[in-house]
Design a protein around this ligand. Structure first.
Ligand code: CP
Ligand code: NVA
Length: 301
């Protein structure tokens, strides 16, 4: 079906992504001025969640309400998806009733199958492979605080996980350099590493990765679905905490980001996440504005 989806940053051009970020900044200003803007009147977002969420659920649901539409929360626990109804059938049925669908699931292949059977746009709200919505918010946050991220250096410290993958794709699209400090055995996807070799490199040492960086980013050591690996991962990532020492190697005006939820004392120290270089609360808020821009683009434009 020739419907535009948002499954990966790689499927969208640099110009389109830059436009989404610029529009997110405008929509945020409109909300701060108290302007009503309801281009999604009578439109409905279906929200399929197979994993937990705070920010993603609330930001999408609020975005739809604030833009004049509505959203339906569909947990796999309470829908037939959880009882084995094929994703293709679920996609066909939902897309006859709603205008846009977001999906948070485990295997990325599942959202691709879902999208292939959907007659309305499907948004990746996190899979094991990537989290592109979070990157829209992160780039918006960087631009608001420091201007364009093009030509800057970003240090990713921690697991080569879904967030790391989206940072790699973002580095290609937004034109920044990415240094990845992860322990051996926790590298990002090798195909993606080859695809992004011009902009992303593995630097094992967190201090080396952070050296003169403009932005330092981390994420949990055990992602959703890896709960039973928590203890082993705490050992493997022991030397990978974003601490004051790591931040001291970055530029003096470097920012710190984390998609949240965070574990103080594990991947980041309390001093850093609650300190002056941290912009995590703006980053979380920007999920709302960035996703409004995305919904507007997919449903109205
Ligand atoms: N950052 C993020 O996606 O948060 P939630 O898991 O709370 O949605
Ligand atoms: N890597 C984390 C991100 C949470 C928003 C996870 O997948 O659990």
């Amino acid at each position: 079906m020739s419907v535009r989806h948002f499954l990966s940053l790689a499927d969208w051009s640099s110009a389109e992504l830059e436009q989404l970020v610029a529009r997110a900044i405008e929509l945020k200003a409109m909300r701060q001025r108290g302007e009503q803007y309801a281009p999604l009147k009578n439109k409905v977002l279906g929200m399929v969640f197979e994993k937990s969420s705070t920010r993603t659920r609330v930001s999408f649901e609020s975005a739809m309400v604030q833009m004049g539409g509505g959203a339906i929360f569909l947990s796999s626990r309470d829908t037939q998806l959880g009882r084995g109804e094929p994703v293709e059938d679920t996609a066909r049925v939902l897309s006859r009733m709603v205008d846009v669908i977001m999906v948070r699931t485990f295997a990325h292949e599942k959202i691709e199958r879902f999208a292939a059977s959907s007659s309305v746009p499907v948004i990746n709200a996190l899979t094991d492979l990537s989290h592109p919505c979070q990157l829209l918010a992160d780039i918006q946050t960087y631009v608001e605080h420091r201007g364009s991220i093009a030509g800057r250096t970003v240090a990713w410290i921690g697991d080569g996980n879904n967030m790391c993958h989206s940072y790699m794709e973002a580095a290609l699209r937004f034109g920044f350099k990415l240094r990845i400090a992860c322990p051996e055995g926790f590298d990002p996807d090798s195909q993606l590493l080859s695809k992004t070799a011009a902009v992303a490199e593995i630097v094992r040492d967190p201090l080396l990765a952070a050296e003169q960086a403009d932005l330092v980013v981390t994420d949990v050591w055990a992602s959703m679905g890896q709960e039973e690996e928590q203890v082993a991962r705490e050992r493997a990532f022991d030397a990978y905490q974003v601490s004051d020492e790591v931040m001291a190697h970055a530029k003096s005006d470097a920012l710190f980001m984390h998609c949240l939820p965070a574990h103080r004392g594990e991947e980041v120290s309390a001093a850093v996440i609650d300190g002056p270089q941290s912009v995590v609360w703006d980053e979380a808020e920007n999920r709302l504005h960035a996703q409004k821009a995305l919904l507007e683009k997919l449903v109205v434009c």
